[in-house]
Design a protein around this ligand. Structure first.
Ligand code: MGD
Ligand code: MGD
Ligand code: SF4
Ligand code: MO
Length: 721
C-alpha cells in the first residue's frame, strides 16, 4: 500500500553493457518497483530478468555497510579467507581510512611503485574509476592498474587497435533494425546481452534479416539463425579465413573500399590462399559448403554487421581471432556505414567507461599511452605534479599482478569491486598469490571470495545510492542517479577514494597535486573531460535526459552513432595475414574432453550480486553440460553427480545432458563458488593482449555420489528434481 510519498528516479541498469534505462520507484528508501521508459533509445521499455527484478541484493542482510578491519592481522604466506563477520571488527571511517593510508604508505615507502597495484571496477562509475587510477598514478607513481576488461575484451581491443586504431564498438546497437546479415560469434547474446538480442531477432522477424551463428554451443540464437557453424573451440581463424578465401576467390570483395580505405591487401590475399574451405573444415569441423554459403551471404549483403564477444577474445590467439573478423569487414566494406560494423559487445555495465577513464596499465584516460613523453607531460601539468613525476613504464595487467606477488614484487593490492578469486583462471594458483600479499584492501558491497582475504573492508554503495555516469557498449555516456540514501555507513566510491587520497597525499608529502576533494561527481567528470578528447563535449546537463555517444569533441557536437565514416583513426584499415594456431591445451588420452565456460541469463560472474538476490532461486546450482552422445558413452545420466578434473583442479557438480553443447565439449557456468569453473581453466595467455584462455582447456570426468555435491540440496528441497 502506498502510504507515503513515492518517487520515480530515472537511472541505468547496473548489470550488463547494454545500458538499459530504468525508472526506480522509491518509497521509504526502498525500491518497490522498476519500470522502463518506452522512449528510451537503448531498450525501448524492455528489460531482462536481472534489470527488472535483480535489485534486492541492495538490502540483503549479508551486505556490509560499516567499515571493517580484520581482528587477526594477516601475514604474507599465511593470509586466510574470512567470510564470517565475527572475524572482523566494525570500525569508524576515520579509523579504517587512517589504517589503510598508513599501511599503503608504509609499503610504498619501503617497496616503491612496483610494490603497489590496484584493480578498478567496471561496475562502478567513470568518476569512481578516474579517481582511483589518478590516486595510484599521482600518489604511488605506478601503472599497475587494471580491471576485468583484461579478462574480457582485451584481445578485441588489441586487434582493433592494430588494424583500425580504435577499440570500441563501431556502430550503435539500435542499428540492428536495419542490418540484413549478422555474423554473431562467440556470443550467447540472448542470455548475455538480452535486450540487443531481441532487437536482432526482431530484424529477422520484421524484414527477413539473416543471422549466421558461429559458436561451438547451440546457443538460443541458433533457433533464429539462417546458418549455424558449430565449430570446434579455438578454430575461428580457420573458419573466418576460410570465408575470406571464398570471398577473394569468387571476387565478392569491395574493390573500391579496399583501394580507398585499406592497406596490405596483396600480402593478406597470399596468406589466405591456404585457407581453402576443405582446410578450414579439417580444422574446425564445419562443413565446407556451409563456410562457402556463409561467405557469400555476408559478402553479398547490403548491410552486414559482425557482433562478437568472449568466444573470440578469451583465447591464447584472441588477437588473431579478432583480426580474422576485421579482415572480413575490410574485404567487404561492411564498416563505416549505418547498420554495419565491427561490434564487440562489451560486458559489464561500465567496462567501456572504466577503460575510457584510464583503469588500464598501458594507458592514461582516453587511451593515451603511458610511454608517450608528450602525453605524460600533459598529465603532469593537468594533475599539478612535478616534471618527471609520473611513471613512464607500462604497468602489469590483472593476471600479471597476481603472478608477480612477492617480497620483491607486488606487496599490496587494492580491490575496488572485483572478485579475482572467482574470475581469474587457474584459481588454485591465484589463491596462493593472494595469500602471499602483505596488505589487501577491499572496497565492495559484500565480503566476496576476494574481499575475504582483505585486511580492511571499505563498504561502498550500490549504483542506486550514488550519482555518476556509465558508458555502455555502444559508447553512450548516461547519467546514473542517486535514488536512495546510502544504507548504514556505506559511502560512494568516489567519496571514499577522495578521503583516502587526501590522507595518503598528506602522509607522503604529495599534497601539491590538483586535489582530491570534490563536492559532486560532475566535478570529477569535468576534469576527466579536459583530459579525454572524446568526452570533452559532454556535460551532466547535456545528458540529463538522453545519453551522448562518444566521441563528443565539443559542446556543440551531437555525438557519434557510428565510427569510421570517412577514415580510420590510424588512417587506412590494415589487413593482417594470419596462420592458424591451436589452443594451448589440446585433449589427450588422460584428459579427453574440452571444457568451455561462460554465463547464464540469471547470474552475474562470481555471483556476488545475483546469488545474494532472489535471482538465485531461479538458478541455485551449477552444472556441467554434456552432449547426449558423450553421456551415453560415459553412462552418465541427467542430474548425475560428477567430478570434472583438469591439470589444475577439480569441481563436483551435476551433469546436465543436453544438445546445447557439441560432442567432445563440456560447458560449465562460472557463477558458482561451490563448483568454481576457474578451478579448472588454463591461465595461458594471448602474448599481446594478456588475456587468458578461459574457453578451452582439457578435462576428464568421473561419476561420484550425490552426497559429494557441494551444493546444499536446494533442488530436491524445492521439489524441482
Ligand atoms: N547474464 C549475464 N549476462 C552477462 C554477464 C553475466 O555474467 N551474466 N557478463 C557480462 C560480461 S562482463 C561479458 S564480457 C559478456 C560476455 O558475453 P558472452 O561472450 O556472450 O558470454 P559467454 O557465456 O562467456 O559466451 C561466450 C560464447 O562463446 C562461445 N565460445 C566458446 N569457445 C568458442 C570459440 O572457440 N569460438 C567461438 N566463436 N565461440 C566460442 C561459447 O560457446 C559461448 O556461446 O556478458 C555480459 N553479460
Ligand atoms: N571461466 C571464466 N572466467 C571468467 C570469464 C569467463 O567467461 N569464463 N569471464 C571473465 C570476464 S569477461 C569478466 S568481465 C570477469 C568479471 O570478473 P569480476 O569483475 O571480478 O566479477 P564481478 O562478479 O562482476 O565483480 C564485481 C564486484 O563488484 C561489486 N560491486 C558492484 N557494484 C559496485 C560498486 O558500485 N562499487 C564497488 N566498489 N563494488 C561494486 C560486486 O559486489 C562484486 O563483488 O570474469 C572473467 N572470468
Ligand atoms: S539487458 Fe543488460 S542492461 Fe538491459 S536490463 Fe538486462 S542486464 Fe540490464
Ligand atoms: Mo566481461
Amino acid at each position: 500500500m502506498l502510504t507515503k510519498d513515492t518517487r520515480k528516479v530515472p537511472t541505468i541498469c547496473p548489470f550488463c553493457g547494454v545500458g538499459c534505462n530504468l525508472d526506480l520507484h522509491i518509497q521509504d528508501n526502498f525500491i518497490f518497483k522498476v519500470t522502463s521508459p518506452f522512449e528510451s533509445i537503448v531498450n525501448k521499455g524492455n528489460l531482462c530478468v536481472k534489470g527488472r527484478f535483480g535489485y534486492d541484493f541492495i538490502y540483503n542482510k549479508r551486505r556490509v555497510t560499516t567499515p571493517l578491519i580484520r581482528k587477526h592481522p594477516q601475514k604474507p604466506g599465511q593470509r586466510t579467507q574470512a567470510f564470517d563477520r565475527s572475524e572482523w571488527s566494525e570500525t569508524s571511517w576515520e579509523e579504517a581510512l587512517e589504517y589503510t593510508a598508513n599501511r599503503l604508505v608504509e609499503i610504498y615507502q619501503s617497496g616503491g611503485s612496483d610494490a603497489m597495484a590496484v584493480y578498478c571496477c567496471a561496475k562502478a562509475t567513470n568518476e569512481d574509476n578516474y579517481l582511483l587510477q589518478k590516486m595510484y598514478r599521482v600518489l604511488f607513481r605506478t601503472n599497475n592498474i587494471d580491471h576485468c576488461t583484461r579478462l574480457c575484451h582485451a584481445a578485441s581491443v588489441v586487434g582493433l587497435q592494430k588494424a583500425l586504431g580504435s577499440a570500441a564498438m563501431s556502430n550503435t546497437a539500435a542499428e540492428v533494425a536495419d542490418t540484413d546479415v549478422f555474423i554473431i560469434t562467440g556470443s550467447n547474446t540472448t542470455e548475455t546481452h538480452p535486450i540487443i538480442a531481441i532487437q536482432m531477432i526482431a530484424a529477422v522477424e520484421k524484414h527477413g534479416a539473416k543471422i549466421i551463428v558461429v559458436d561451438p554451443r547451440r546457443v538460443e540464437m541458433v533457433n533464429h539463425a539462417a546458418l549455424w557453424l558449430a565449430e570446434r573451440p579455438g578454430s575461428d581463424v580457420a573458419v573466418f579465413s576460410g570465408m575470406a578465401h571464398v570471398i577473394i576467390k569468387e571476387e565478392l570483395y569491395n574493390r573500391n573500399f579496399i583501394e580507398d580505405r585499406t592497406e596490405n591487401f596483396e600480402q593478406f590475399c597470399r596468406s589466405m590462399e591456404k585457407f581453402t574451405p576443405e582446410y578450414a573444415e579439417s580444422i574446425s569441423g564445419v562443413n565446407r559448403d556451409t563456410i562457402i554459403q556463409a561467405a557469400r551471404m555476408y559478402a553479398n549483403a547490403n548491410r552486414a554487421a559482425i557482433y562478437w564477444t568472449l568466444g573470440i577474445s578469451q583465447s591464447t590467439h584472441g588477437t588473431d581471432n579478432t583480426l580474422s573478423l576485421i579482415n572480413l569487414a575490410l574485404l567487404t566494406g561492411h564498416i563505416g556505414k549505418h547498420g554495419t560494423g565491427l561490434n564487440p559487445l562489451r560486458g559489464q555495465n561500465n567496462v567501456q567507461g572504466a577503460s575510457d577513464s584510464g583503469a588500464m596499465p598501458w594507458h592514461y584516460p582516453g587511451y593515451q599511452e603511458v610511454e608517450d613523453e608528450e602525453t605524460v607531460q600533459k598529465f603532469e601539468k593537468m594533475w599539478l605534479i612535478e616534471h618527471g613525476g609520473l611513471n613512464r613504464i607500462k604497468g602489469l595487467s590483472t593476471t600479471e599482478i597476481l603472478a608477480n606477488v612477492g617480497k620483491d614484487g607486488i606487496r599490496s593490492l587494492y580491490i575496488m569491486g572485483e572478485n579475482p578469486m572467482m574470475s581469474e583462471p587457474n584459481l588454485n594458483e591465484a589463491h596462493l598469490h593472494m595469500q602471499n600479499l602483505e596488505f589487501v584492501v577491499a572496497q565492495d558491497l559484500f565480503i566476496n571470495e576476494s574481499a575475504a582475504y582483505a585486511d580492511v573492508f571499505l563498504p561502498a554503495v550500490s549504483f542506486a545510492e550514488k550519482n555518476g555516469t556509465f558508458t555502455n557498449t555502444d559508447r553512450r555516456v548516461q547519467l546514473v542517479r542517486k535514488a536512495m540514501t546510502p544504507l548504514g555507513n556505506s559511502r560512494a566510491d568516489w567519496e571514499i577514494i577522495g578521503d583516502l587520497a587526501t590522507r595518503i597525499a598528506e602522509k607522503i608529502g604529495r599534497n601539491q597535486s590538483s586535489g582530491w576533494i570534490y563536492n559532486h561527481p560532475s566535478e570529477i567528470f569535468k576534469e576527466m573531460g579536459q583530459l579525454v578528447p572524446s568526452y570533452r563535449g559532454i556535460t551532466y546537463d547535456r545528458i540529463d535526459r538522453v545519453g551522448l555517444q562518444t566521441p563528443v569533441p565539443n559542446e556543440d557536437h551531437p555525438g557519434t552513432p557510428f565510427l569510421f565514416e570517412e577514415s580510420f583513426p590510424r588512417g587506412r584499415g590494415k589487413f593482417h595475414p594470419l596462420d592458424f594456431r591451436s589452443i594451448n591445451e589440446e585433449t589427450d588420452e588422460e584428459y579427453p574432453y574440452l571444457l568451455n565456460t561462460g554465463r547464464l541469463l540469471e547470474h552475474w560472474h562470481g555471483g556476488t550480486l545475483t546469488r545474494n538476490s532472489w535471482l538465485d532461486d531461479l538458478y541455485p546450482e551449477g552444472y556441467v553440460e554434456i552432449h547426449p552422445s558423450d553421456a551415453q558413452k560415459l553412462e552418465i545420466n541427467d542430474l548425475q553427480a560428477v567430478k570434472v578434473t583438469s591439470r589444475r583442479g577439480n569441481v563436483i557438480l551435476r551433469a546436465k545432458v543436453t544438445e546445447k553443447t557439441i560432442p567432445g565439449v563440456f560447458f560449465i557456468p562460472f557463477h558458482f563458488a561451490e563448483a568454481a569453473a576457474n578451478m579448472l581453466t588454463n591461465d595461458a595467455m594471448d602474448p599481446e593482449a594478456k588475456i587468458p584462455e578461459f574457453k578451452a582447456c582439457s578435462v576428464k570426468i568421473k561419476k561420484v555420489d550425490l552426497t559429494d555435491l557441494p551444493f546444499p540440496n536446494v533442488l530436491q528441497q524445492r521439489g524441482r528434481y
